[in-house]
Design a protein around this ligand. Structure first.
Ligand SMILES: CC(C)(COP(=O)(O)OP(=O)(O)OC[C@H]1O[C@@H](n2cnc3c(N)ncnc32)[C@H](O)[C@@H]1OP(=O)(O)O)[C@@H](O)C(=O)NCCC(=O)NCCS
Length: 163
């Protein structure tokens, strides 16, 4: 009896390991999950509630979530500006417990493919070396630096990729 129970838990463990991550559109129903993800990922840079509601509801915004085991484990939003010829990756974050598993890269690529513009741009804190490495690996190059862009005075690196 005991070993049958153990077998069941082992099977469950194996199943959870192989539950695939999927990337699907996010909606306003994801507001609470996104709020939590933002707080955990950005701390002082976390968007206020209004901005989160806007990103989940404004027309034309590309908003995608990574889902694993029925939970949002990552989010990306893109803002296409067809008249400028580029779109902005407005935010990207992965749940700290799910990082370094390729989810950030997959979200970025999925968002780029839905922007419908020739180039993609983004801003990143100069000190955010992990994110900068992700962007450089994905083909972004540095095109500008915006001085004191962030609330604490840190500069932003502006990066661009030909899509
Ligand atoms: C940046 C972020 C989205 C990356 O998500 P992720 O799912 O961990 O990224 P991936 O697993 O797809 O990483 C792809 C590659 O990017 C690079 N990378 C990602 N995070 C890194 C880190 N912390 N340090 C160094 N390199 C890193 C690596 O080269 C990695 O490939 P590898 O794991 O094979 O070495 C995630 O760390 C995060 O949410 N950070 C907090 C929010 C944030 O800073 N967002 C960006 C704002 S501009």
């Amino acid at each position: 009896m005991k070993s049958r129970k153990w077998n069941f838990h082992f099977l469950l463990f194996l199943l959870i390991q192989f539950v695939p991550m999927e990337i699907v559109p996010a909606t306003i129903l994801d507001l609470n999950a996104l709020r939590k993800l933002e707080k955990e990922s950005f701390d002082r840079d976390a968007w206020p509630l209004f901005d989160l509601m806007a990103v989940l509801s404004f027309p034309d915004v590309v908003r995608l979530k990574a889902v694993e085991d029925h939970h949002m484990v990552g989010f990306v939003a893109g803002d296409p500006r067809p008249r400028d010829g580029w779109g902005w990756i407005a935010t990207i974050a992965v749940d700290p417990r799910y990082r370094r598993r390729g989810i950030g890269r997959a979200l970025l690529k999925a968002c780029e493919s839905k922007l419908g513009v020739p180039r993609s741009r983004l801003t990143v804190r100069m000190s955010n070396l992990g994110a900068i490495q992700l962007y450089e690996q994905d083909g972004y190059v540095s095109i500008d630096m915006w001085k004191s862009y962030y609330s604490d005075g840190e500069d932003a690196k502006v990066m661009e990729k030909e899509l």
